[in-house]
Design a protein around this ligand. Structure first.
Ligand code: FAD
Ligand code: NAP
Length: 556
């Protein structure tokens, strides 16, 4: 029997439940993975630690949360019926609507029966004799599977800052990445917010509307571009729907970041000051992530990058009234775009409100949180509630929480101690039949992630089908292919300005985490081509073993 033929269903209590595939996580990646496996008639069990689908959009319920890739593109493309029938209400849908969409997908494709909620995967151990994974979950059960797919998310492990005294704070403490399900009311409260990344930049204007006073504690100023969010009209939706074949093809095959947009054909220094300014103005007016696509060398050439950074700094000075606040809000510690650029609605203008204060904790670091205040630079700021918008242990954090043991009992954490090592971001040598969706070493967080998720899920599903058809039981990346890929990812990253920022892409937000540029910056189009070529060449760089091969080896 091939590895991926099923011994499915509930078993007698002494025998663990067995599936073709265990999928960890029920965000957009885990849900689509399940759908594809069903299509291949493989049995799958999805484990999700939350009590619902949606991943990011299940956990990040903070005020103002919404996507930064336009909804007509930040959505699944695998089902034309789905993309034709779902009505996005705004250019950038709010969190609740994206979560509703995730639930709609789960119902429409009848995914829930194979998803076990409120169940965390704690341990995965590979048995080299049987080529099977034993997966232990938080309810104490163990299931056995030929394959494990980690669809655990790149931004799913919310990070509490190491600030003394937080546990002794007498008011409520919230983390944007793990927000309560019930509405939070800040009316009449003095709120403190630590962090000024995308989550803070989205939530500051909304919380400021409600709170009595909002104090924002900023360590690093960030570049942000107006979203220009607006309701979507039926006509606007229709244009997308008619053009979806081309929009989706372009996003997959030609775009660097999985977004349908004009590709720039010139560098920032090829235009004179006036033309360049006019182009930046047009993109600023248009709003959104495509600001960075106005020229083709903004991520490569510091002088070119400075022209865009200066433009945004000037805009901040035009919007914000108080000169000291302007200086603090103008980012100057990293080239624009080398940290994920933020997309906002009224972020900078919010600092003109009388009930909002910006505190510079770069020069005056937070010393501690007291029962009713935050102490920074020797001054106490009294607050009633504290919001931590302090980000995630990104890309590797959720994987590292699982005790994963591959060949010879080696753990993935041991192997990745000096930084994640993968081939194509899909597999790590020594861990057969263990796939990662949008793992480190793939374009992942540098892209419209649904494009990258669909590409990985399709590749994994096709690979599992290939193994079944050819009788292979185990597959793993060769060390040589992995070493070459890690070197390539690193080399490409260092041709850009990205490594100049202390970003979570580099692991720089986690004390002690190795500083490695984790995503692959070669672009989603070229990357897809590489993955397709690897598959077309019989999964070049991967070693496959199966019953037939084992028989031949034994006979020789
Ligand atoms: P997730 O959505 O993170 O889902 C992973 C799931 O795995 C989670 O539900 C988690 O609970 C579960 N899980 C993890 N470990 C375990 C375990 N051991 N056992 C059981 N379950 C486990 N990307 C974009 O392209 N555009 C955007 O506009 C955008 N906006 C974002 C906004 C926010 C606030 C954040 C935080 C991220 C945003 N992203 C955006 C990135 C976003 O994470 C991806 O777009 C996408 O939703 C990821 O889907 P996923 O299924 O890979 O991971
Ligand atoms: P983030 O970008 O990592 O920002 C965290 C913020 O907290 C930074 O300002 C950081 O300062 C600060 N911080 C962390 N630890 C601190 C400490 N101990 N003391 C003081 N300040 C501290 O996290 P995020 O804002 O949650 O965003 C993470 C990613 O999620 C984004 O880059 C994006 O990919 C995605 N996201 C997208 C959207 C969207 O628009 N759709 C919204 C939210 C999130 P330093 O910079 O100095 O470290």
């Amino acid at each position: 029997m091939s590895a991926v033929q099923s011994v499915s269903g509930k078993s007698p209590s002494a025998t663990p439940e067995t599936h073709d595939v265990v999928v960890v996580g029920a965000g957009f990646a885990g849900m689509y993975m399940l759908h594809r496996l069903r299509g291949l008639k493989m049995t799958a069990r999805v484990f999700e630690q939350g009590d619902g689908v949606g991943g990011t959009w299940y956990w990040n319920r903070y005020p103002g949360a919404r996507c930064d890739v336009e909804s007509m593109q930040y959505s699944y493309s695998f089902s034309d019926e789905l993309q034709q029938e779902w009505d996005w209400s705004e250019r950038y849908a709010p969190q609740a609507e994206i979560l509703k969409y995730a639930n709609h997908v789960a119902d429409r494709f009848d995914l829930r029966p194979d998803i076990q909620f409120n169940t965390r995967v704690d341990r995965c151990v590979f048995d080299e004799d049987t080529n099977r994974w034993s997966v232990t979950t938080s309810d104490g059960a163990t299931v056995v599977a030929a394959f494990v797919v980690l669809a655990t998310g790149c931004l799913s492990n919310a990070r509490m800052p190491d600030i003394e005294g937080i546990s002794g704070f007498k008011g409520k403490v919230y983390h944007t990445g793990n927000w309560p399900h019930e509405p939070v009311d800040f009316t009449g409260l003095r709120v403190g917010m630590i962090g000024t990344g995308s989550s803070a930049i989205q939530s500051v204007p909304v919380i400021a509307e409600q709170a009595k006073h909002l104090t924002v504690f900023q360590r690093t100023a960030n570049f942000s571009i107006p979203a220009r969010n607006a309701p979507l009209t039926a006509e606007e939706r229709e244009i997308f729907r008619k053009n979806y074949p081309e929009v989706r093809r372009f996003a997959r095959e030609e775009a660097r970041n999985g977004i349908y947009t004009e590709l720039p054909d010139r560098g920032a220094l090829d235009d004179g000051d006036n033309d360049r300014r006019a182009k930046y103005e047009a993109r600023w007016r248009h709003g959104g992530l495509t600001f960075m696509s106005v020229y083709n060398n903004l991520a490569l050439d510091k002088t070119a990058n400075d022209t865009a950074a200066d433009f945004v700094r000037e805009k901040i000075a035009e919007i914000v009234k108080d000169p000291d606040t302007v200086k603090l809000l103008q980012p100057n510690s990293h080239p624009i775009g080398t940290k994920r650029i933020c997309i906002d609605t009224d972020y900078f203008v919010t600092f003109n409100r009388p009930n909002v204060t910006l505190v510079d904790i770069k020069s005056n670091p937070i010393e501690e949180v007291l029962p009713h205040a935050v102490r920074a630079g020797g001054k106490d700021v009294e607050i009633d509630a504290l919001v931590l918008a302090t980000g995630f242990d990104a890309m590797t954090g959720s994987v590292a929480k699982i005790d994963i043991r591959g060949r010879n009992g080696q753990t993935l954490n041991q192997k990745w101690a000096e930084g994640p090592k993968t081939y194509l971001g899909l597999m790590s040598a020594g861990f057969p039949n263990l796939f990662i969706v949008t793992g480190p070493g793939s374009p992942s967080v540098l892209s419209n992630m649904i494009v990258s998720i669909e590409q990985h899920v399709d590749w994994i599903a096709d690979c599992a089908a290939y193994m079944r058809a050819h009788g292979f039981e185990a597959m793993e990346a060769t060390k040589e292919a992995e070493d070459d890929w890690v070197a390539h990812v690193n080399e490409v990253a260092h041709t850009t300005l990205y490594p100049q920022a202390n970003s979570w892409y580099m692991g720089a937000n986690i004390p002690g985490k190795p500083r490695i540029f984790m995503p692959y910056i070669g672009g989603v189009g070229p990357y897809r081509q590489i993955c397709n070529d690897v598959a077309a060449k019989g999964y070049e760089g991967f070693a496959m073993t199966g019953a037939e091969e084992a028989r031949k080896v034994a006979a020789s």
